[in-house]
Design a binder for this molecule. Structure first.
Ligand code: ZN
Length: 81
């Protein structure tokens, strides 16, 4: 389904956007040194390590630079129609 986007910040841009694909890499860091000691895939994740559950895509307005969730731009696009 196509959704009309409208930027809630500059309120004029409905056509130029950057889609940001979010790829989460689960890691484990050494709490003292900050070094990465393990990297997981979502299948090999350890117990108590919460898998990424944020949105797959975020959107940046290519006019003013605002970055928000896609639903924010879509909701504003719907309201502006
Ligand atoms: Zn904007």
């Amino acid at each position: 389904m196509s959704q009309v986007y409208c930027c809630p910040n500059c309120r004029t841009n409905k056509s130029r956007f950057n889609l940001i694909q979010q790829v989460a890499t689960p890691i484990k860091k050494d709490p003292r040194s900050g070094e990465i000691v393990a990297q997981y895939s979502n299948d090999t994740i350890e117990p108590f390590h919460l898998a990424y559950n944020g949105p797959d895509v975020r959107v940046q307005c290519a006019a003013c630079g605002l970055i928000e969730d896609e639903k924010t731009f879509a909701a504003f696009g719907q309201r502006s129609q």
